[in-house]
Design a protein around this ligand. Sequence first.
Ligand SMILES: Cc1ncc(COP(=O)(O)O)c(C=O)c1O
Length: 402
Amino acid sequence: MTPRPLPYGRQCIEEDDVQAVTDALRGDWLTQGPGVARFEEALAERCGAPYAVAVASGTAALHLSSMVAGVDTQNGGITSAMTFVASANGIRYSGGVAALADIDPDTAIVTAPTLSVAADELQKQGIRARVLVPVDYAGAVADLPAIADLARRLGARVIEDAAHSLGATYRHEGEVYRAGSCTHSDFAILSFHPVKHLTTIEGGAILTRDEGAYRQLLELRSHGITRDPARMSKNDGPWYQEQTAMGYHYRLGDVPCALGLSQLKKLDRFLSRRRALAARYDAGLGDAALRATLEPLPVRHGVSSAYHLYVLRTRARPGEGLSALADRRRALYHRLLAAEIYTQVHYVPVHHHPVHHDAPRGGSLSAAEHHYSRCLSLPLYPDMRDEDVDRVLEVLAEAGAS
Ligand SMILES: Cc1ncc(COP(=O)(O)O)c(C=O)c1O
């Protein structure tokens, strides 16, 4: 029997999800019905933030939260050099300059000190950082309390890019907090792309504790139009509405929200499966021969990762340079591909993309470069079987031996 192909990530759609979508399709609303608010309330409750706004994508969530945080053509923001370009684009769409911070070499996540170096660089260019956008890379939460302290000193706001970390927790001064709770951030954004923890096909959300920002976000996701008589210049009748801000068509409809709500009910099961599979990888990679050449990405102490990704890195041999390390990662990628194991490299650093070549940088971004040269995301998704993990480990062991 030929083994089944293993993608690095995939959705988990079950019969009850199909039923939820079918019911929504048969209902009165396809777009702006009551299912949107139901999904938003459930999301807010799950994350522990009072307000959630569902939008068309995680990218739309980054754009609108940057706008509401005050990013414009007179300022800028800072995100990780090791992320999907959307984290930087949200700042750019709002007119600001997107600067890039280096990552902690162990966890591949930005820290308060690396963000601070990037803020100094921005300042040298006469640009004030209006937002800090830490990315919870692979599913582990950034050091948000320290980043919130830095933001206070800079007069900036924090947007937690929690696209990878729905369901993760972190410990601070003896308390446990949830990713997306906005306890140590002003906003958090989620993505519901199919490879994420739950899907609405495409979709995203913004979480916040700020009621004023919440009301602004509701309008901005729907063209900037209001029906609130108190906010309109006149009232011409029951049909009357006014566009009072330059908003966008970033709504998420009733049908995708029905799918999201159905998926959200299963989030705990999806998370525990992801964690069990990650533990199986960890155990397999503990083998002495594998450990000599490969190392899993460590998770910061006190964090329970939501394991959006399982990231492996090739381990440098004594005296080995970056390009030899990158060659070994390339060989491993192709070796796995030949066995129909579709890994991915997360990420091409943001500054490698031509559109971001000129981004102000916090130093040489050497940790991001080093990570890029040796990282590989192994298959990880709730439907994956234990024997699939064992198959990946076997191919890794053969590759190490050859
Ligand atoms: C870290 C990060 N931020 C933002 C996004 C954007 O999310 P979306 O694809 O829903 O626009 C992604 C998507 O992959 C992501 O990985």
